[in-house]
Ligand binder design. Structure first.
Ligand code: ADP
Length: 329
């Protein structure tokens, strides 16, 4: 996750909740991508550090466990930058220009000039973030599969050029597709920090209820007496993710027959959201500032050791062996 603000329910349902479950089955690395935040927030980096603290708190509150997984800060593991530089030598520009999010984001984020080198190189930095841990899997939703595909292509090209004692150094990771329902925001578009339409993990109940009150609904249902369709309504989408089957059945019945109004329907949706958020918010309140720094430092040290192991193989395979690896951080 990029530390560009507090995490929202879309981040939680689309990514974080899955990660929490993966900890039972895999050795996991989860990081906060502060360099990635700079690709769009380079002109004013003042919020990156406070946001890093918030994202870490959100991770911990959701249930990521520093005793079981490695939780770290990208900029504390310089090996990511070294691998990024080396992979940059073998990556054709066209591969980066054709990543679908490149044009999409440039068009969507009209307030920021994204014609910089860092933004174009973003997917390659992401590939480096992944490959440096020589992982088997990358847990992502559908929207991220193009990035993993690029990662695999870069690894393949690296392995064609360089070998270590005849074997590949960077295994091609596989996508571990996690269920990632696209959660709508209060304006009906995809919930996103950049659109200002989010419900945050930290929003208190009153704020959640207030935000839901203003949320857009099925446009065909203008008056209370009009019949609606939960499948065409962003609030209906929230119900599908957060409500019990019983509530969902009442929503379908009530909306399609105009038996309930949108206000009542929204208050049921808010009930479901609050139920998910309450335990997370309670856990979040239990962490102390000093603990946060310690957790990130410890995790970053562990990540660095693992990353350095890969880099020694990479440097040897690329015959960059004149510098002594022992002298490196
Ligand atoms: P944002 O658009 O708010 O900046 P990011 O692009 O940083 O969010 O997304 C971080 C992670 O959260 C990604 O894995 C993404 O798939 C997931 N995610 C973000 N928004 C949503 C959403 N509305 N619904 C489902 N998953 C989402």
């Amino acid at each position: 996750m990029r530390p560009t603000g507090k995490l929202h329910l879309g981040n939680y349902m689309g990514a974080l909740a899955n990660w929490v479950r993966l900890q039972d089955q895999y050795d996991c690395y989860f990081f906060i991508a502060d360099w990635h935040a700079l690709t769009s927030d380079y002109a004013d980096p003042s919020q990156i550090t406070p946001n890093t603290r918030d994202v870490l708190l959100d991770y911990l509150a959701a249930g990521l466990d520093p005793a079981r997984s490695v939780l770290f800060l990208q900029s504390k593991v310089l090996q990511h930058a070294e691998l990024n530089l080396l992979l940059g030598m073998i990556t054709p520009l066209g591969w980066l220009e054709r990543v679908p999010t490149y044009k999409e984001q440039q068009e969507n984020l009209t307030g920021k000039d994204l014609s910089n080198y860092g933004f174009l190189g973003y997917p390659l930095l992401m590939a480096s973030d992944i490959l440096i841990y020589q992982p088997q899997f990358v847990p992502v939703g559908h929207d991220q599969t193009a990035h993993v595909e690029l990662t695999r292509e870069v690894a393949r090209r690296f392995n064609q050029f360089y070998k270590l004692n005849g074997r590949d150094v960077l295994p091609e990771p596989q996508v571990l597709l996690t269920p990632s329902p696209k959660l709508p925001g209060t304006d009906g578009r995809k919930m996103s920090k950049s659109y200002g339409n989010t419900i945050q993990i930290t929003d208190p109940e009153t704020v959640v209820r207030q935000k839901l009150k203003t949320m857009v609904t099925d446009p065909a249902r203008v008056r209370r007496t009009d019949k609606g369709d939960p499948d065409k309504c962003p609030v209906g989408d929230l119900h599908k993710v957060f409500s019990t089957p019983e509530t969902l059945a009442k929503v379908y019945d009530g909306c399609r027959s105009a038996g309930i109004g949108c206000i009542e329907c929204k208050s049921w949706a808010a009930d479901g959201l609050v139920q998910v958020l309450n335990p997370i918010q309670e856990r979040r309140a239990g962490f102390k500032e000093s603990e946060l720094v310690e957790i990130l430092e410890d995790g970053s040290n562990r990540a660095r050791q693992r990353a350095e192991q890969t880099m020694q193989e990479v440097r040897t395979a690329m015959q960059m062996t004149l510098t002594s690896p022992a002298g490196r951080e």
